[in-house]
Design a protein around this ligand. Structure first.
Ligand SMILES: C[S@@+](CC[C@H](N)C(=O)[O-])C[C@H]1O[C@@H](n2cnc3c(N)ncnc32)[C@H](O)[C@@H]1O
Length: 255
């Protein structure tokens, strides 16, 4: 997907509509969204056409990924698809709904105001769950909910790691016990590595084959790791991940 095309759509749907022009941060966001749309297109190509493809854009903000997946991926491919976006902030949900009106697509899109942890907000068996820059604990809540909904593919880009992230609190205790020095940059790296390891093994333990890749360069965003997870339910892989979680001393129950 060309970042330039995404810029044009972001401008048309959100920026120009508010009487403004694209800023540098909008152009960086366009590159992130373009990279996510490439991921969505690859996941969509793996979906069987026998049933409707449902995409959930969680912690959606103004739903850039969900809306543009509909317009630039599903509609041109003539796919039978639908999109649900989940966002807690009412103003962003409203902005998403206004953008849907401007988008003009035949793909049904529902923008729901909800906490991502609310099971009732999630549809069953989505083909694809995306979360671009899900902040703090939201990344793990989305992982858990996507697993519980039996999502076929999860495309998860976590954002900042705060103390609200359970794995970070466990890693802090582990850092002290493992003799990691108190110097903040060293501790931060250790904690982030532990959080990332736990996220990976929890998805694997829940039956997902995972890859972790830099989906854009670190100059676009420092939060540039994407978890690609595909539901395979291989018992051996799941058992190995449970064992790895135990070795990690995470204390986290597999999802
Ligand atoms: C950093 S923004 C990213 C938005 C969008 N995905 C993007 O990349 O432009 C994170 C969004 O997640 C929403 N969010 C955070 N925690 C949430 C939760 N528990 N439930 C629903 N939305 C949440 C925030 O309100 C915010 O709009």
């Amino acid at each position: 997907m060309s970042p330039h095309d995404v810029e044009l759509w972001l401008d048309r749907l959100y920026v120009a509509a508010e009487g403004a022009g694209l800023r540098d941060e909008d152009r960086r966001k366009a590159r992130e969204v373009a990279a996510m749309l490439d991921e969505v297109a690859r996941a969509a190509a793996r979906w069987s056409r026998r049933s409707r493809l449902l995409l959930v854009d969680a912690a959606a903000g103004k739903s850039y990924v969900g809306l543009l997946a509909a317009k630039l991926v599903f509609e041109p491919a003539g796919m039978d698809a639908a999109v649900v976006t989940l966002e807690r902030e009412p103003a962003r949900v409203e902005a998403s709904r206004r953008a849907v009106e401007r988008l003009g697509t035949s793909i049904p899109i529902a923008c729901r105001q909800a906490e991502v942890s609310e099971g009732s907000a999630w549809p069953d068996r989505p083909a694809i769950v995306t979360a671009l820059h899900a902040c703090g604990a939201a990344a793990d809540e989305i992982g858990d909910r996507a697993v519980a909904a039996a999502a076929r593919e999860i495309l998860l880009v976590p954002c900042c790691t705060s103390r609200a992230v359970e794995a970070a609190r466990r890693a802090e205790a582990r850092a002290a016990a493992s003799g990691i020095p108190r110097h903040a940059p060293v501790r931060r790296r250790f904690i982030q590595a532990m959080v990332d390891a736990e996220r990976t093994w929890r998805l694997e333990a829940a039956g997902y084959e995972t890859e972790v890749v830099e989906f854009v360069g670190a100059t676009v965003t420092p939060h540039n790791l994407l978890w690609r997870a595909r539901r395979v339910r291989e018992p051996g892989r799941m058992a190995a991940a449970r064992a790895a979680l135990a070795t990690l001393g995470s204390g986290a129950e597999p999802v």
